[in-house]
Design a protein around this ligand. Structure first.
Ligand code: ADE
Length: 334
């Protein structure tokens, strides 16, 4: 099975080198930026930590970046952890009791925190207290521990998996959506400058169009195109170089990678174009359901290559056209 690492994987070095550190350099998500600026400047005026904030949206859309900017604007330290990293209540106690007043705690993949730890988090978020249970059975004692006033920034790709008691404890929730192509072009230009490589407007446009409306993907493709330019000893990425790099990565004109095309072909060839349920599709593709739901499907739906009906996922006329497969109208299924 081909492994779609390129779409799935975070690259901490690439991300942090190119990540904007201030509002001025952050491109896109204008409404969210405006709202957060208000939350942050009001909190600063009150000399308080801002309310807890929840970000949701697909991978690479800027949840981590925005959290770092918030901490930077608050002149606060940011501590980073994730739902799966907090295995026992003790892990959470250690993290929370090591915070300083005003710190930001970034909790990535917060839908994956275990239930017991999540319950400890409630009083920490609400009253900045931890109610610890020491010992077991009749000898058990409770102990209240004060923790510093901090701001929790939760990030998730799956808002539906966040329980309502946890969701209710965030003062503000923001959905990060796909970026406009013109914003992706600006991000590519900014990143090219930081990477000290020139890029022609045509090359920039071509890379932007194949970046899944996602800054992380755009930056990754830019770096690959830079490699191609550099082996040719060019200090500008021209259109032909960008195309060569994208072809080498097997990214087509709609920005699809091998794995996207494989999933679409499975819907068409094994399920007659659908409808197919997510479980059956994941099993046939030997993929995790989560990967299909979080990584592939949102982009394919945005392009109109997958339609979600109450009976499952379906390929569309455009899917057949794009893959060069003859389209047979399936009236009976509609
Ligand atoms: N790099 C990654 N995301 C970015 C953004 N939103 N603005 C500027 N550069 C970025």
């Amino acid at each position: 099975m081909s492994s779609p690492r390129s779409i799935k994987q975070k690259d901490p070095l690439l991300d942090s080198a190119l990540r904007p550190k201030t509002w001025d350099s952050y491109i896109g998500q204008d409404k969210i930026k405006k709202n957060i600026k208000i939350i942050v400047s009001a909190a600063k005026k009150r000399d308080e930590a801002p309310e807890h904030i929840l970000f949701y949206g697909g991978p690479g859309l800027g949840k981590t970046t925005l959290s770092h900017i918030i901490a930077h604007e608050m002149e606060a330290d940011i501590k980073v952890t994730s739902g799966p990293a907090i295995e026992r209540a003790g892990d959470l106690v250690a993290i929370l009791s090591n915070l300083s007043e005003g710190d930001v705690l970034f909790l990535d993949e917060c839908h994956r925190i275990n239930k017991t730890c999540e319950e400890y988090l409630y009083s920490a978020m609400e009253d900045f207290k931890l109610n610890l249970i020491l010992g077991k059975g009749p000898m058990a004692r409770t102990m209240e521990l004060n923790i510093p006033h901090f701001t929790l920034i939760g990030a998730t790709t799956r808002i539906a998996l966040i329980s309502s008691p946890l969701r209710d404890r965030f003062g503000a929730t923001f959905q990060l959506s796909f970026y406009k192509n013109e914003d992706i072009e600006k991000i590519i230009q900014r990143s090219a400058k930081l990477l000290k490589i020139g890029i022609s407007p045509q090359a920039c446009k071509i890379i932007a169009e194949r970046s899944r409306f996602t800054p992380r993907v755009a930056n990754r493709l830019l770096k690959r195109a830079r490699d191609f330019a550099q082996i040719k000893e060019k200090d500008v990425i021209a259109e032909e170089v960008a195309i060569e790099a994208l072809e080498a990565l097997e990214i087509d004109k709609m920005g699809l990678e091998n794995e996207d095309r494989r999933i679409l072909k499975i819907i068409i060839e094994r399920f007659d174009g659908g409808p197919v349920g997510i479980q059956a599709l994941a099993a046939a593709a030997a993929e995790e359901e989560d990967a299909i739901l979080e990584i592939y499907e949102p982009y394919l739906m945005q392009l109109g290559l997958i339609e979600r009906t109450h009976r499952g996922r379906m390929a569309t006329k455009l899917t057949y056209q794009h893959l060069g497969i003859e389209y047979k109208k399936q009236d009976s299924l509609l």
